[in-house]
Design a protein around this ligand. Structure first.
Ligand code: XIL
Length: 327
């Protein structure tokens, strides 16, 4: 009893990180090495989050800029920061169609050359960070919005088995790391969610090394939480974890009191869905301050998508989430 009471007091005084830990939830944020020098950014990140996902530093165009050269500098800066703040790390992505360097997208490779390049990249990167990265999004966004396999450099040159090959390379590089398939738009029901479920079920049935599915969760304030729950649950039924990997909830700008309240409800609902599910123990937000969010540049007319204002003031969404965790 006494311990529980002390824990509750600590959580009340505290932060998302400790409140999450009390409830068995690892709460993380994407972060960029470029902003670590900003005092408030660095302070809030280390205080509030137990997990860090490099926002761009593990993408091929940054970490593998030439065929025979890797640049580990930017991600190593984040790894040092995470270690100094006792944070875990999620890695994303090992295979994607975007943010690839020209040597890769414009190279004229045979199938076996590209298989070798992919396997070498995965073994090098996963192997190097095996002691610090606990979860990897191995393949990102392999299904398109209509629910068809996305046509990418990997699918065109290697064929559909590039996904299984990538999972097997990652497992060979680190026998203990959790391996995920990651995508957006699978938080709601529809042809895309069904196609991803079929693909992942099939991988699992064939014995491919896959531990879970990452729901990016780039949402609007209209998102259906009942549908999210149902999607998480169907993976539980086939023995797979779900991680919420890139949560943000965008609103039309300028934001209003009402839209920020609706946003808070969705944030709380997503955390609750994960908390209530036996197969979800990780929620990562895609940036934690409106000062540094990808949304305004990528979704015109929208913004204010994160838990903190541009001035690092906690928003209604922050209070809603911490309130949920502390009840
Ligand atoms: C975004 C980053 O946030 C931006 O900084 C970058 O310019 C583009 O990519 N889905 C993903 C992420 O899997 O890697 C994307 O991140 C957002 C959408």
């Amino acid at each position: 009893m006494r311990l529980v009471a002390i824990a509750a007091i600590l959580a009340l005084g505290g932060c998302l990180r400790s409140a999450g830990t009390q409830r068995g939830l690892a709460i993380g944020s994407a972060a960029s090495a470029a902003y670590l020098g900003e005092a408030q950014y660095s302070e809030v990140l280390g205080r509030e989050f137990a997990l860090l996902t490099p926002e761009n530093e593990l993408k091929w165009d940054t970490i593998h800029p030439a065929r025979d050269r890797y640049d580990f500098g930017p991600v190593d800066a984040l790894v040092r920061y995470a270690r100094a703040h006792s944070m875990g790390l999620r890695g994303v992505p090992l295979v994607w169609h975007a943010q690839n360097p020209a040597w890769l997208t414009e190279g004229q490779f045979t199938r076996s050359e590209l298989v070798g390049i992919l396997d070498g990249h995965i073994r090098t990167v996963v192997g190097r960070y095996s002691s610090v990265i606990g979860q990897w999004d191995v393949v990102n966004e392999a299904i398109d919005d209509a629910g068809e396999p996305r046509s990418t450099l990997w699918s065109r040159i290697i064929g559909p088995d590039y996904i299984e090959l990538a999972l097997r390379s990652a497992r060979a590089a680190d026998p203990d790391v959790k391996l995920f398939y990651n995508d957006y738009g699978i938080e709601r029901s529809g042809p895309k969610a069904d196609a991803v479920f079929r693909m992942v079920s099939d991988l699992r049935q064939r014995g491919a090394p896959i531990d879970g599915v990452g729901f990016q969760a780039h949402l609007t304030a209209q998102a259906s939480l009942a549908e999210l729950q149902a999607q998480i649950d169907r993976y539980r039924a086939i023995g797979l974890d779900v991680a919420v990997t890139e949560l943000d909830v965008r609103v039309p700008v300028p934001a209003t009191i009402a839209s920020l309240q609706a946003q808070a409800d969705v944030y709380r609902g997503v955390f609750k869905a994960c908390l209530d599910a036996t197969n979800c123990d990780t929620v990562v937000v895609w940036g934690f301050t409106d000062r540094h969010s990808w949304i305004p540049a990528f979704v015109p007319g929208y913004g204010a998508a994160t838990l903190y204002t541009e001035d690092y003031e906690p928003k209604p969404a922050y209070h809603a989430v911490i309130g949920l965790l502390q009840t």
